[in-house]
Design a protein around this ligand. Structure first.
Ligand code: UDX
Length: 454
């Protein structure tokens, strides 16, 4: 067991710190935001993540998890330092790694014995090796340290599960000592036979980007198929099913929808494209994925607007704001982009989200948006309801109740949660994603609407 400092208490840092403490290590979580640290000492966490409050509270009360903003002292008391600070995108799409370098400098100035610095923030390939050079400039002569890379693959909303039972552990380490410490830290995962890859720094860093870009590619691919399905009268859910049965492809990440969002895919695809450009390597696939995702979100705005006729002055209830369920994270959420698009077309938006509304109210983009107390309240007087995030409570809505409060019964189901027949039987017009209607079958309602408008 080690004395470990984890720098940065965002999703990755706090989850990593809590899990390492739960494995029996003595962990100090550091953040430069002193007010945030004080709140965490009072067990108020900065974001919503199922199961995290319990594990933080247990380890804090049992004395294995500490919070401080004094980085230097924490470093001096630790053998291992995880860097998990943010790497936000710059205007050109590249990752801003300045926070990592600032932390590494302080670590270098406080080396009082061998320390292992583990770079866990997602940062461009080459960062870990460059950090070693950077730290050498500030470290006392003869000070011993290593820099390793240990990318995270946690999924928000199921962060504990993905950290405690990961598909694999990736370690970039180039000294015996660094490798052995990282193996020891991950020992509890060997009991559940988690596979581990030990490789060079650059390879470990690229595995992270390649994984996220590949997943984003899968999503953009199925979204493109969905658009084809709509034009050709096919059903994307069946296409995904048939496609996913091929074991080389696999069934996961083939859900068509409004486009991906969140703190990882948008940022990491742009970052890969930026460092590929710098390396003078063409990243045509990833570039196309980025463009396809932007296009998909725009398509969703058109889809909703088409379903309500002339959009100006009409009211749309948006259900779900966070980029996926079980999180209150609004970063790059498709809902924000879609709402902005609707507002530009003169649509009045009323939104509801089970968890992220308080955060949403603070966003400048949502200034003119009203919020409902629940789905039915948001839908009152609406010309369409648009489900953007697949929270469980939107899966089983009482359609008759929804219809009663709406002005026009139109359901834009951007996550394909409902069956067309069921929704149409309840008297709604149904709009899904990639749910084309074969030419032989009559497309009753949309045809009527179109002729009315004409
Ligand atoms: C992702 C990766 O899964 C994780 O391994 C990585 O380390 C960080 O990025 P996360 O951003 O938490 O995790 O969310 P994820 O569940 O992967 O979803 C990302 C986005 O893709 C969401 O907006 C989601 O709605 C969308 N998505 C996902 C789809 O539109 N269709 C799918 O089939 C799957």
């Amino acid at each position: 067991m080690y004395n470990i400092t984890v720098v940065g208490t965002g999703y990755v840092g706090l989850v990593t710190g809590a899990c390492l403490a739960d494995f029996g290590n003595n962990v100090t979580c550091v953040d430069s935001d002193a007010a945030k640290i004080e709140r965490m000492k009072a067990l108020e966490l900065p974001f919503f993540e199922p199961g995290l409050p319990e594990i933080v509270e247990r380890n804090f009360n049992e004395g294995r998890l500490h919070f401080t903003s004094d980085l230097a002292t924490a470093v001096r008391n630790s053998k291992v330092v995880f860097i998990t600070v943010g790497t936000p995108p710059r205007a050109d799409g590249s990752a801003d790694t300045s926070a990592i370098y600032a932390v590494a400098k302080i670590v270098a100035q406080n080396l009082n014995g061998y320390k292992l610095v583990i770079q866990k923030s997602t940062a461009p390939v080459g960062t870990a090796r460059d950090l070693y050079r950077h730290m050498s400039k500030y470290a006392k002569k003869g000070a011993k340290f290593d820099v390793a890379s240990n990318p995270e693959f946690l999924r928000e909303g199921s962060a504990l599960e993905t950290s405690m039972r990961p598909d694999r552990v990736v370690i970039g380490a180039e000294s015996k000592e660094a490798e052995s410490i990282l193996r020891k830290i991950h020992e509890p995962l060997f009991l559940i036979e988690t596979p581990m890859i030990v490789t060079s720094l650059e390879t470990a860093e690229l595995i992270k980007y390649a994984s996220n870009c590949f997943l984003a590619t899968k999503i953009s691919f199925i979204n493109e198929m969905a658009n084809l399905c709509e034009a050709l009268g096919a059903d994307v859910q069946m296409v995904a099913k048939g496609l996913g049965m091929d074991r080389r492809i696999g069934p996961k990440f083939l859900h068509a929808g409004p486009g991906y969002g969140g703190s990882c895919f948008p940022k990491d695809t742009h970052a890969l494209s930026a460092f590929a450009k710098k390396a003078k390597v063409k990243s045509g696939i990833v570039d196309a994925v980025i463009a396809a995702n932007d296009h998909q979100m725009t398509r969703m705005v058109d889809k909703i607007c088409n379903s309500i006729g002339a959009p100006r002055g009409k009211k749309v209830a948006v259900l779900g704001l966070s980029f996926k369920p079980n999180t209150d994270d609004l970063r790059e959420a498709p809902a924000l982009y879609i709402i902005e698009g609707l507002k530009k077309r003169g649509v009045k938006v009323v939104a509801f989200d089970p968890i992220s509304m308080r955060k949403a109210e603070e966003l400048p983009q949502l200034k003119n948006v009203e919020f409902g107390a629940d789905a039915y309240d948001a839908a009152r007087g609406a010309h369409a309801v648009a489900i953007i995030t697949e929270w469980n409570e939107f899966r089983g809505m009482e359609l008759s109740r929804l219809k009663r409060v709406m002005k026009k019964p139109v359901l834009c189901d951007l996550r394909n949660l409902y069956k067309r027949d069921q929704v149409e039987a309840a008297g709604f017009e149904y709009v899904g994603v990639g749910k084309g209607v074969p030419a032989g079958l009559t497309k009753k309602k949309p045809a009527k609407r179109a002729s009315k408008k004409a």
